[in-house]
Structures are given as C-alpha cells and as structure tokens.
Design a protein around this ligand. Structure first.
Ligand code: NAD
Length: 466
C-alpha cells in the first residue's frame, strides 16, 4: 500500500506567508536598487561558497556528474547573477517612448515596476538552476518571492531551503518545500505572478488556479523536441552534438533534449552507425558503467521509461542499446528505428535516454510531420542546405530553434527562452527575466500648456469641420 504523504505546509500557513511578503513589499524595500543588488550578491556568494554542497545534493538526487553539475547548474546561475548585477541599472531605467500629435506637447516613458509577491514553482531535472534563475528574475525586477522547489529532487530542495535562509533576506525571499499538497496550498493564494516550470499537465492546473485571482503566469513546459538530420551534413560533428543534446544532458531528462530524430530512409543506416560509434566514444563499450551519464531520477520515472521500451509496438525496433538496471536506476542510450506514430514513444514526451528515429522519403517532409504535432519547445535542424534552413525557420513553429547544434541557445542570454502553444507561454533569461517579473507601466507627461479647446464639448459645427 502507498504510504500517504503528510502535509507539511497548509493553506493557512500559505496565506500568512503571502501576507508577510506583501507587507515587506509594501515597505518599498524590495524596489530599491540597493536591495536588489544585495540579494543578487547573496546568491553569488552562496554559489561560490557552497558549490561543493550543491554538487553533492545534485549527485544525491540525479547522480549528476560534478562537471555537468558545474556547467549546467552552477555556472548558469553564476552568469545570470553577473549579468543582472552588471545590467540592472540599465534595465531599471524608464524607456523613452514616442508621443502623438494628439498629446502635443508631451513626453512619454515606459516604467518597469515590480509586481508584488510572486511564486516560482520549479522542477527536478535541473533542480538548482531552474529554481534559482527565475528567482534571480523576480529579485532583479524588485519583487518579494517564494520558491517551491521540486520534491522529486529532495536533497537539492532541502539545501535550497537552508541556503536561502542563510544568504538571503527572509522577509522577502523564501522557500517552501513540498509536493502536490503544499503546492496546492500555495496556488490557493493570490499572487502577483506565478512562474511555473514543469509538465503541460500540471501547467494546466497552475493556470486554472491563477485564473481565479486573474494572476498572470509564465509557463515553462515541455514537449517533444524534434531534430531533423539532412544527409548534407558533417556527420561526425552532427553526431557528437546530437549525443550531447540527448544523453550528456541528464541522460535525456531535459526539456530541450532531442526527443526524436527525423531523417531520410536512405540516410538512416549511416546515421545509426555513426551514433553507435559516437556513444561508444563518449560513454565506453558499456555505457551502463559510465560515470559520465546520469541515472533516472526515480523508480516511478524508471517504470514509465520501461513501459515505453516494452510497448509491443516498439520493443523489437531497438537498434542501439536497450540495457537497463532497475536497482541502479540506469538505462543505456537506446535508439529505435521506425517506430509507429501511434506508439507511446511517439505520443508522449520521452524525458529519458530513449531516442526514436523516424524516416521520411524526403527531408522536406519533416516540416509537415513536425507541424502535425503540438508546437515543441525547441526544434533542431542539421544541414548545409541554405534553402532548407530558411524554409525550416519560416515554417516550423517552436519556442526556440537551433540550426546545426543542440541546446546551446539556453546559454545565449540575449535570446528569450520559452515555449509556444503546448510547450508554454512567456519567456525568461537575461533581460527577458527582468521583463517577465515587471509590469510595463505607460506614463505620459503633459504640462498645462497646449490645452486646445477643440477636444472639449460643446461639439460645435466649427469644431466638427476640423
Ligand atoms: P511536474 O509537472 O510533475 O512537477 C513540477 C512541479 O509541479 C513540482 O514542483 C511539483 O511539486 C509540482 N506539482 C506536481 N504535480 C502537481 C499538482 N497536481 N498540483 C500542483 N503542483 C504540482 O513536472 P516534472 O516531472 O517535475 O518535470 C518534467 C516536465 O517539465 C517535462 O515536461 C519537461 O519538459 C518540463 N520542463 C520544462 C522546462 C522548461 O524550461 N521549459 C525545464 C525543465 C523541465
């Protein structure tokens, strides 16, 4: 029998917490440049001083190799802090706006103002960076913020709770730990913004709860990210980048990981051969023994992936890998060829080390295939063909897109990161994070001169002639 989880934080406590944060916000302290800087510096200090603890927690939760933890979690947070500290003054400045003849003489500006008390709900696959990066956005924009990390990465969640108390201003920046019950208690409250990272299923729950209070949301969701591989490519580079974008990253447990490949029937055997060799080069002849590959996060997720592999529609389609070990929660990089479109493998986001390859007669057909599915978070294309590149960019709708590489767009903070349609709404990173947590207030300045009577009643025939 499943043990029932005890609720550690209820709606009454959530209401008190929101009230406390709103009170802090009302004092105006979170709005000041100095407060924002002090909190960003606190995060920077926390990351530098506690790097070892963070790596250990990530290893406990995901067996994340230390090097990977550093590049994809710690360095990402550090660089977000550095950028925010460098640019904050500029971001906070009102933006001049053009005025119209109707307001002459006047001036106008767009003032970025904080929203109030905001909620960040995070997920388990990058449990440190996907928790702290949105919090950085909330702080740079001058909000009070509550972070709810994922209970599926418990070591990181508990560490975040401890570190935030130690390094940040608890009157305006807090962590609430817990799972569904605790998140539900938080979602019952009136927030000024909710920033959610996770599955589209829970994204709907979040949006429904937010609608009750007319709370705006950013939903960073997932989906099936396709990679189209043309035959006109540098095959060795392509394969290394596909492997990096699939198995190097958390063993496929990443929202922007390559979910499936589309290539031509003719090119598939050559591609599979190169992928097999590339996997061996990266992870050795027995990838189950490799220390450079993460395990599956939990037994529930392991069972989910096992059932995708054992589906009678696909189990005899494995062309590379297939090994698994339930005790160690390990699954080897596994490639399937020509799985049917109605198999579970092609119906749901895989979020693991399984990689189906779908073949088409002509690479151009891949565009219709992608567009027949919900809009992905990212779409990848490998080709030297300029016409195909242009056509892909113009015709495929996705949150983001990378041509001739995978996943690196997340490192470019001048690009917005977010989904479209089923893969989410809103975006963040760099200045986009500041904007996601700000209200853009339109301010028009007039003087008492230029008060033309033509705009006022009575609407005399003379005035109407003008
Ligand atoms: P999840 O939706 O199960 O959980 C995420 C958060 O939602 C957790 O904090 C959890 O406590 C909370 N939650 C879960 N069920 C809930 C419920 N019924 N009511 C209220 N809150 C609930 O997602 P996950 O399994 O943690 O993450 C996997 C998904 O997240 C994938 O779809 C992946 O693509 C997506 N993802 C997206 C991004 C992105 O940046 N777009 C990044 C990472 C993961």
């Amino acid at each position: 029998m499943m043990e029932e989880k005890k609720q550690t934080f209820d709606a009454n406590e959530a209401a008190l917490l929101v009230e406390e944060l709103n009170e802090s916000f009302r004092t105006g302290k979170t709005k000041s440049y100095e407060w924002r800087v002090s909190q960003l510096k606190g995060i920077e200090k926390m990351v530098v001083e506690r790097e070892k603890d963070i790596c250990e927690a990530l290893y406990k939760d995901l067996s994340k190799p230390e090097y990977e933890a550093f590049i994809s979690e710690i360095a990402m947070v550090k660089s977000s802090c550095e950028e925010a500290l460098k640019e904050l003054k500029q971001w906070m400045k009102p933006e001049k706006a053009k005025t119209s003849m109707a307001t002459y003489p006047s001036s106008a500006e767009i003032v970025s103002e904080p929203l109030g008390a905001v909620l960040v709900i995070s997920t388990w696959n990058y449990p440190f960076s996907l928790s702290v990066k949105p919090v950085i956005g909330a702080i740079t924009a001058g909000n009070a913020v509550v972070l709810k990390p994922s209970e599926i990465a418990p070591a990181t969640s508990s560490l975040l709770s401890k570190l935030f108390e130690e390094y940040l201003d608890r009157s305006a920046v807090r962590v609430v730990e817990g799972g569904v019950l605790e998140t539900t208690a938080l979602l019952d409250q009136k927030w000024d913004k909710i920033f959610y990272t996770g599955s589209p299923r829970v994204g709907r729950i979040v949006m429904t709860a937010a609608a009750k209070h007319l709370t705006p949301v950013v939903l960073e969701l997932g989906g099936k990210c396709p990679a189209v591989i043309d035959s006109d490519v540098d095959l060795q580079v392509t394969v290394r980048r596909i492997i990096a974008g699939k198995w190097q990253l958390n063993n496929g447990q990443a929202c922007i990981s390559v979910d499936y490949i589309i290539t031509t029937k003719e090119f598939a055997p050559k591609l599979i051969d190169a992928l097999r060799k590339g996997i061996e080069e990266f992870f050795g002849t027995d990838p189950m023994e490799s220390k450079d590959i993460s395990c599956i996060v939990s037994s529930n997720h392991f069972s989910r992936l096992e059932s995708l592999m054992d589906d009678y529609k696909v189990f005899n389609k494995i062309v590379v890998g297939g090994q698994r070990n339930q005790k160690k929660l390990k699954i080897a990089p596994t490639i399937f060829l020509d799985v049917p479109g109605d198999s579970q493998l092609m119906q749901e986001e895989i979020f693991g080390p399984l990689l189906p390859i779908i073949t088409v007669e002509n690479v151009k057909d891949s565009i219709d295939l992608i567009n027949s599915k919900p809009k992905p978070l990212t779409a990848y294309l490998f080709t030297n063909n300029e016409k195909l590149k242009n056509n892909f960019v113009q015709s495929v709708s996705s949150g983001g897109m990378v041509i001739n590489d995978t996943v690196l767009h997340v490192t470019v903070s001048s690009l917005p990161f977010g989904g479209v349609g089923e893969s989410g709404m809103g975006s963040y990173h760099g200045k986009f994070s500041f904007d996601a947590f700000s209200h853009k207030k339109a301010v028009l300045y007039r003087s008492f001169s230029g008060d033309a009577s033509v705009r006022y009643p009575p609407y005399t025939p003379e005035k109407q002639k003008l």
